[in-house]
Design a protein around this ligand. Structure first.
Ligand code: DC
Length: 439
């Protein structure tokens, strides 16, 4: 999981750049300003002065506001209806700014915003994301630019939306007024969090700003590959893949950042190597404690940051460490079957509920992985396929309040996806023709 907070004044380009970063990282973008804008619009339509706190507060139980995500895209429904561009007018901007200064309005929207970030990796933009909504966000950025540059951008944006009556001076004056409102209000003023990186993009393009932010995310998210991994992987992976004729399908399904759980069928002790040989990001995996004391292998396993598990003792600390690793933004590779079942169709093996438990506690999404080898056993120069399935969102795993029944159901769901990608034995050995084609 990764949470990126982008705060800053209007017109700094937060939403365009946050969308671009979200696309790049494969995470969702949450535009919190749109929530305030919907309330601003409701209040205006109800004929209420947005500065009249008591009147605004009295409307809060008169409408419904729903924040959801459809295909990763934010949708806000005010009384069941998407307000579209109606929330983007200068009048609504001023109304949103006024209602956002009312503590009760902020309280009303608080959990909606926090809950979204609990269930998903997000990049969220607003004014108080790093200070109030997500004070523990892994990355905080305060994006700003000179008032002139911001007013120019807003003016162009309004023109491109078909507004031909507004002038640059009007936009500039409104922007300065809104800046003052937003940054001097008592509750959650628009100020940088102490640990935010301040980025002035007056002279940067959208792409330039996006790249700066991606650099900051990389640096801050602290997921450093171990030195041994960085040095060994480029040498060992191609050799390994060559000997077991391994190829990957669906690598694009793996997000570039953020915690994630890879769940695979389990054939052999080297499955984690087979998967890791294809992934760009380093995997965190669980290894039995006995391995840690084997000379050389123990050192290697330790250096790769493996989590030690005492298999006999149903190791709680290994579960905790796994959850922590995924929450810290790592990719955790686990095997729901718990044991190796070479040469047995995975659909015919028992599964445990650990994967569901870790998914529930970490809040991370899951990618089902199917390792296919002819006959269910790795052999030199026999074809191997590693299929990375479509991402299963944590919110689609059916968790409500946790508990073994939910963990089991979630693990089954994940495992069914693995099985649906095929068992071991349905992988045909490459024919001479297919071999030629692959070349
Ligand atoms: O980002 P925007 O211009 O769409 O935001 C509209 C108004 O909402 C802005 O003037 C201040 C307010 N707002 C806020 O107070 N806190 C947020 N997290 C987001 C927006």
């Amino acid at each position: 999981m990764i949470r990126i907070a982008i705060d800053g004044p209007g017109g700094a380009g937060k939403s365009s750049v946050a969308k671009a970063v979200a696309r790049e990282l494969g995470i969702i973008y949450v535009d919190t300003g749109a929530l305030y804008r919907n309330i601003g619009l409701y209040v205006l339509r109800a004929g209420i002065d947005p500065k009249d706190s008591a009147a605004v507060i009295s409307t809060l139980d008169k409408f419904t506001l729903e924040l959801r995500f459809e295909d990763g895209k934010q949708v806000i429904l005010l009384d069941g209806e998407d307000m579209g561009d109606a929330i983007r007018t200068p009048e609504v901007s001023m109304a949103a700014s006024a209602v956002s200064a009312i503590p009760e309005v902020r309280e009303y929207l608080l959990n909606m915003q926090r809950d979204t970030a609990k269930k998903n990796s997000v990049i969220m933009d607003g004014r108080d994301i790093g200070t109030v909504i997500l004070p523990k966000a892994e990355v905080k950025i305060f994006l700003t630019a000179s008032p002139e540059a911001r007013a120019k951008r807003r003016f162009e944006e309004l023109k491109s939306r078909g507004n031909t009556t507004v002038t640059y001076d009007e936009v500039y004056n409104e922007m300065v007024e809104r800046d003052t409102n937003d940054s001097t209000r008592k509750t959650a003023p628009c100020v940088p969090a102490e640990d935010a990186v301040i980025l002035d993009n007056s002279k940067l393009t959208l792409e330039g700003t996006r790249d700066e932010i991606l650099k900051i995310v990389k640096k801050k998210s602290k997921i450093k590959k171990s030195l041994i991994y960085t040095v060994l992987k480029p040498i060992v992976a191609p050799i390994y893949n060559f000997f077991i004729c391994s190829r990957a399908i669906g690598l694009e399904n793996i997000p570039k950042e953020g915690g994630l759980i890879l769940c695979a069928n389990h054939i052999s002790a080297v499955d984690v190597v087979t998967i890791g040989a294809h992934t760009k990001r380093q995997l965190t995996f669980v290894a039995k404690k006995e391995l840690f004391s084997v000379p050389l292998l123990g050192w290697l396993v330790k250096s790769l940051g493996a989590i030690k598990v005492d298999r006999g003792a149903g190791d709680v600390s290994a579960i905790k460490a796994s959850v922590k690793a995924a929450q810290a933004g790592r990719i955790l590779s686990i095997f729901p079957q718990g044991h190796r079942y070479p040469a047995v169709d995975p659909a015919k093996t028992p599964i445990h509920h650990g994967a569901g438990l870790i998914a529930y506690q970490s809040g991370c999404d899951v990618i089902p992985v199917c390792i296919k080898v002819k006959g269910g056993k790795y052999r030199l120069f026999k074809r191997t396929e590693v299929i990375f399935g479509k991402l299963i969102k944590n919110s689609d795993l059916g968790f409500t309040e946790g508990g073994i029944a939910e963990y089991k159901a979630a693990t089954e769901k994940i495992f069914n996806e693995i099985c649906a990608m095929g068992g071991y034995s349905d992988l045909p050995a490459p024919t001479p023709k297919a071999k030629k084609k692959r070349k």
